[in-house]
Design a protein around this ligand. Structure first.
Ligand SMILES: [Zn+2]
Length: 283
């Protein structure tokens, strides 16, 4: 595996894929959604970043990247033009069917690169169902979430900077896809009171006189005017390069460790369960 074409399953011919199956590489499955990320970032950002991280990490590990599952669970952003979302059960069915298809042909070591928080519960549910059925252990890499954890030391006021459509998302996009960041439309945003609630996030609200917050399910357009929560004015391409280095670095380490731990596992070494042209099937 040396160039970008050879790590993208979708760009290989069936004959090339047939050669990969007995090698038992790890399959990265990028999963995203199409949703608003403020007036300045593309609605496809979750998918673009999932692809970028998966391809960069695959080029440095024993992994192939499957084509993205591009639509996810983003109902909370539905009021913003360009948001395209599917029901959680639709996403679960697609993720499950794609994995069943991979497993049947012998690709049993699967890592999701799910880059949308709203998909997390669905991905975990499907991974656990497939574990029950096939004994396989699926991993998950969440690039945006890793960025939040790994970039804290680069901000003077991390609490003010962080948020949807703010940081470190804007820096990361400036690092990966500078031509897709509309600088003139870059805005910061705040969470505002709505209909008597005083929220701090889409589902977290203050309860007067209580030290713990309460939960109510509000939509993005009810809390923000522009879809942004946080101060993206501190975003820079240089910070984006740090994001890439740290998040891709983590992804490479995760994949290498998964490879070491699972390579000889009984569940990982089972041959294909169906007849495949050009590949030795199970007896
Ligand atoms: Zn998202």
């Amino acid at each position: 595996m040396s160039n970008q074409r050879t790590v993208e399953l979708g760009r290989l011919s069936w004959a090339e894929v047939a050669e990969e199956i007995p090698r038992r590489p790890i399959i990265l499955l990028p999963i995203g959604t199409v949703e608003q990320h403020g007036p300045h970032l593309p609605v496809n950002a979750d998918n673009m970043v999932a692809s970028y991280v998966a391809l960069q990490a695959a080029a440095r590990t024993n992994a192939l990247v499957a084509p993205n599952i591009n639509y996810g669970n983003s109902a909370v952003f539905a009021a913003f033009p360009g948001t395209i979302h599917v029901r959680p059960e639709t996403l679960a069915n697609v993720v499950r069917d794609v994995c069943q298809s991979l497993i049947a042909q012998g690709f049993r070591r699967i890592i999701f690169v799910d880059n949308h928080g709203g998909n997390e519960a669905v991905c975990e549910q499907v991974a656990r169902e497939l574990k029950d059925e096939h004994g396989i252990v699926i991993g998950n890499i969440y690039p945006w979430g890793l960025g939040y954890q790994l970039m804290r030391d680069t901000y003077d006021d991390v609490v003010a900077a962080y948020g949807h459509g703010a940081e470190p998302e804007t820096s990361a996009m400036l690092g990966m896809y500078p031509e897709d960041v509309v600088d003139a439309r870059r805005e910061s945003g705040t969470v505002q009171p709505f209909a008597g609630w005083n929220p701090s996030a889409y589902s977290i609200v203050e309860i007067p006189g209580q030290a713990a917050p309460g939960t109510v399910y509000l939509d993005s357009d009810e809390l923000t005017t522009n879809g942004v929560t946080g101060d993206g004015s501190v975003a820079t391409p240089e910070r984006g390069q740090v994001w890439i280095e740290r998040v891709v670095g983590f992804a490479v380490a995760f994949i290498d460790h998964y490879d070491t731990v699972t390579r000889d596992a009984a569940w990982a070494t089972k041959p294909p369960s169906r007849h495949l042209v050009g590949v030795k099937s199970a007896p």
